[in-house]
Design a binder for this molecule. Structure first.
Ligand SMILES: CC(=O)N[C@H]1[C@@H](OP(=O)(O)OP(=O)(O)OC[C@H]2O[C@@H](n3ccc(=O)[nH]c3=O)[C@H](O)[C@@H]2O)O[C@H](CO)[C@@H](O)[C@@H]1O
Length: 358
């Protein structure tokens, strides 16, 4: 019997890939052949080909969609057009029953090609406000799923559903002891995990490192610092372990953590919520983004899950003070997290998704 096929797309940062990673095993259980369309060199290529070597990965070209002036704004539309042609050829060959797009620039040509090939597309928005790629994709899509209820205010009601968060199943099966052992922590100090999103954050890295001598008196520190950001002069510090980017080790490291300090990317903060980690969030500032992380963080603060320190207020001393507040208030945060809605399982998400197939 010939299997049905589905194409997934999304990339640029890990936040546009993690939901796809979460649902691939469930789609396969349902009997689907899963294909992925991504860029030549984006993080999605590494994440998908490493975790799912048997998922065919199709490269396409794609331009960055900028809200600001750049000479590349003249060449990138041609790259997007080329990407539409490449994606169309893949779709004609694979003949999927539907396409699921997690957003990011690479998804735009795929969504346009799907419309041309008359294949239903469902898109997904993880942040409170829709990203630029999803705004462009929306007219071509059959439906859009959101994580936050508030996102529905920005979308046409007949086309949008809030599903809540979906968290990769392997994150729940971490082992704290293994995580501590991996980091070489041998005492009983509480563990602080600091993560600057999937790319790392220079401002968080600097604030943390400038406070390390003080912090290490009280805590063991796991630092996910981002590609190219490790500092070998700190390798011998007792109680401090840095990683540039982790994949298989992440569940154990998260289970080892008592508190988290993080950027406010949507996937990350819902993972911390699901694992009940009191968190200090330092959202990416409005000067560097459309402000989506600020809204994500504010909603988490309002629901009593997090303490928020705005990037503009970040300094050596406010960082330490915010960690004090985090640890002091952590019983309240844990209480609120106990009462929070549980995330959907990938299998539940797949069921919702397949309603839209041809
Ligand atoms: C700079 C930028 O554009 N950031 C956006 C990007 O963030 P970013 O890519 O950082 O996205 P998220 O915080 O949502 O997700 C990061 C994902 O990477 C994983 N992870 C991270 C570090 C690591 O070492 N290993 C690992 O597996 C996390 O577990 C998580 O699943 O997408 C988010 C979701 O649309 C947005 O809210 C952010 O504003």
């Amino acid at each position: 019997m010939k299997h049905k096929s589905i194409i997934l797309t999304g990339g640029g940062t890990a936040g546009h890939v993690s939901l796809n990673q979460a649902i691939i095993p469930s789609l396969r259980k349902e009997g689907y052949d899963v294909h992925y369309i991504g860029s030549y060199d984006g993080i999605e290529k590494e994440l998908i080909t490493q975790s799912f070597p048997d998922v065919p990965y199709h490269h396409i070209s794609s331009g960055k969609l900028r809200r600001y002036f750049s000479m590349k704004n003249f060449s990138d539309p041609f790259k997007v057009l080329a990407g539409v042609g490449q994606a169309y050829a893949v779709i004609r060959k694979v003949k999927p029953t539907m396409i699921f797009s997690k957003g990011g620039f690479v998804s735009v040509p795929v969504v346009i090609a799907a419309k041309l090939a008359k294949i239903p597309v469902v898109i997904h928005e993880s942040d409170v406000t829709p990203g630029l790629a999803n705004k462009i994709a929306l007219p071509f899509a059959s439906h859009i799923f959101t994580i936050f209820q508030d996102t529905l205010n920005y979308l046409p009601s007949e086309k949008a559903t809030c599903t809540g968060s979906i968290v990769r199943e392997e994150l729940f099966s971490g082992n704290a002891l293994k995580g501590k052992k991996r980091c070489g922590f041998t005492d009983h100090k509480k563990v602080l995990l600091v993560m600057g999103g999937s790319l790392g954050s220079v401002v968080l890295n600097d604030s943390l490192r400038s406070n390390l001598p003080d912090l290490l008196k009280t805590y063991n520190v796991i630092h996910l610092c981002g590609k190219g950001n490790s500092d070998s002069s700190l390798d011998s510090l007792k109680g401090y372990k840095q990683f540039e980017y982790v994949t298989n080790e992440l569940p154990d490291l998260l289970h080892a953590a008592d508190f988290v300090v993080s950027r406010a990317g949507s996937n990350s903060i819902f993972e911390f919520l699901a694992l009940k980690k009191p968190m200090l969030l330092v959202p990416l500032s409005a000067a560097k983004s459309r402000g989506d992380q600020i809204l994500n963080a504010k909603l988490f603060e309002k629901q009593g899950f997090a303490h928020v320190l705005e990037e503009e207020m970040l300094s050596k001393s406010t960082f330490m003070k915010a960690i004090e507040t985090l640890t002091k208030r952590s019983p309240e945060y844990l209480d609120a997290m106990e009462k929070a809605e549980r995330p959907k399982t990938p299998a539940e998400m797949v069921k919702l998704l397949l309603q839209y197939e041809k």
